[in-house]
Design a protein around this ligand. Structure first.
Ligand code: HEM
Ligand SMILES: N[C@@H](CC(=O)c1ccccc1NC=O)C(=O)O
Length: 278
C-alpha cells in the first residue's frame, strides 16, 4: 500500500484538450449548466428548476423514442419498436423516482418562491403535451397555451395530423380482426372514442395469443407504458396535494381536482376494458 497519489496520465488518460473535443464540449455543458436562473432568494428554487429541466430532458428522449417506435411500427417492424417502448416505460420509471427528490420540499419552502412563478405552469409544457398527443390522448383545446410560440404550436398541430401510436396499433389489429371504417378513418386530431368492436378485437388477440404473438406483445407493451404513465400522474397529484393542498394552480386550473380528472384518462381504453370481458 502506498499513499502516493495515483496519476491516471501514467496509463494514458488524456489530459490535454487544447484543440480536442472534451466531455464539456461534447455534452454542451456550458449552456445546460448556465440555464438555472432562480427568480427569488429561496434556497429550494434551484431544486424546483433542476427537477423540471431534468424532466424535460427525459421527455425529450421519450419523444425521440416514441416517434421512432411509431415509425418502425408503421413499417410493420415490431421488434425494434418493442425495444423503444420498453425504454420509454423505463424513462417514466426514472421520472417517477424523481418525485422523491422534489417531495423533500415542504409547503413552507415552496411558498417562499411560488409567487415568482407568475402564471407559468407545467400545464404549458409543450413536450408533455406532445407525449400525450403521440400516445393518443388528443385534444385540440390543449393547443391554446402555445399560441404565443408559433414554432411550438406548429409542432403540436403537426402531431395532431399524424396517426397516434395507438392508431398505428389499431391499423395492425385491423389486419387480423377487421375494424369498422369509422375507427380507421377517424379524425386523428380529436379525442379517441373507445368502441366495443376494438375491445372484442383485442380480446380475440388475448384469447388466441398463440397465433398473434406480435400484437399480443404490442398490447402488453402499451399497457405497461400506460401503467408507468399513470404512476407519474398519481405521483404528481400526490406531490401537488402535499405542497399546495387545494389551492388553484398558477396555470389557472382548479389544481388537484383538475389533476384528479386527468388521472381518469385512459390512453388505450380497450386494452383495459378487455380485461373485464376476458
Ligand atoms: C411542487 C411541485 C409542483 C406543483 C405544486 C405542481 C402543480 C401543478 C398544478 C396545480 C397543475 C395544474 C395546472 C395549473 O393550474 O397550474 C400542474 C400541471 C402540470 N404539471 Fe405540475 N406541479 C409540480 C411539479 C411538477 C413537475 C416536477 C413536473 C414535471 C415536468 C410537472 C409537470 C406538470 C404538467 C405536465 C402539468 C400538466 C398536466 C396535464 O395537463 O395533465 N409539475 N402542476
Ligand atoms: N402549477 C404550480 C406551479 C408549478 O408547478 C410550475 C411552475 C412553473 C414551471 C413548472 C411548474 N411545474 C408544474 O406544474 C402551482 O400552482 O404552484
Amino acid at each position: 500500500m502506498t499513499n502516493t497519489p495515483y496519476n491516471p496520465a501514467q496509463e494514458g488518460a488524456q489530459m490535454q484538450f487544447d484543440g480536442r473535443m472534451s466531455y464539456t464540449d461534447y455534452l454542451q455543458l456550458d449552456p445546460i449548466l448556465s440555464a438555472q436562473h432562480p427568480r427569488s432568494d429561496a434556497h429550494d428554487e434551484m431544486l424546483f428548476i433542476i427537477q423540471h429541466q431534468t424532466s424535460e430532458l427525459w421527455m425529450r428522449l421519450a419523444l425521440h423514442e416514441l416517434t421512432a417506435a411509431r415509425a418502425t411500427l408503421q413499417k410493420g417492424d415490431f421488434r425494434p419498436a418493442f425495444k423503444m417502448l420498453s425504454r420509454v416505460a423505463r424513462i417514466f420509471e426514472q421520472l417517477n423516482s424523481a418525485w422523491d427528490v422534489l417531495r423533500t420540499m415542504t409547503p413552507s419552502d415552496y411558498t417562499r418562491f411560488r409567487a415568482a412563478l407568475g402564471q407559468s405552469s407545467g400545464f404549458q409544457s409543450h413536450q408533455y403535451r406532445l407525449v400525450e398527443f403521440i400516445l393518443g390522448n388528443r385534444n385540440p383545446a390543449m393547443l391554446a397555451p402555445h399560441a404565443h410560440r408559433p414554432d411550438l404550436l406548429a409542432q403540436l398541430e403537426q402531431e395532431l395530423t399524424r396517426p397516434s401510436l395507438y392508431d398505428v396499433a389499431l391499423s395492425h389489429l385491423h389486419q387480423v380482426v377487421p375494424l369498422p371504417d369509422a375507427i380507421l378513418t377517424r379524425d386523428a386530431a380529436q379525442p379517441y372514442a373507445p368502441s366495443p368492436e376494438v375491445t372484442r378485437a383485442w380480446a380475440h388477440i388475448y384469447e388466441a395469443y398463440e397465433n398473434h404473438w406480435e400484437l399480443y406483445e404490442l398490447a402488453e407493451k402499451l399497457v405497461d407504458l400506460e401503467d408507468y404513465f399513470r404512476r407519474w400522474r398519481f405521483n404528481h397529484l400526490t406531490t401537488v396535494e402535499r405542497v399546495i393542498g387545494l389551492k388553484r394552480g398558477t396555470g389557472g386550473t382548479s389544481g388537484t381536482s383538475y389533476l384528479r380528472r386527468m388521472l381518469d384518462t385512459q390512453l388505450f381504453p380497450e386494452l383495459w376494458e378487455l380485461r373485464t370481458t376476458l
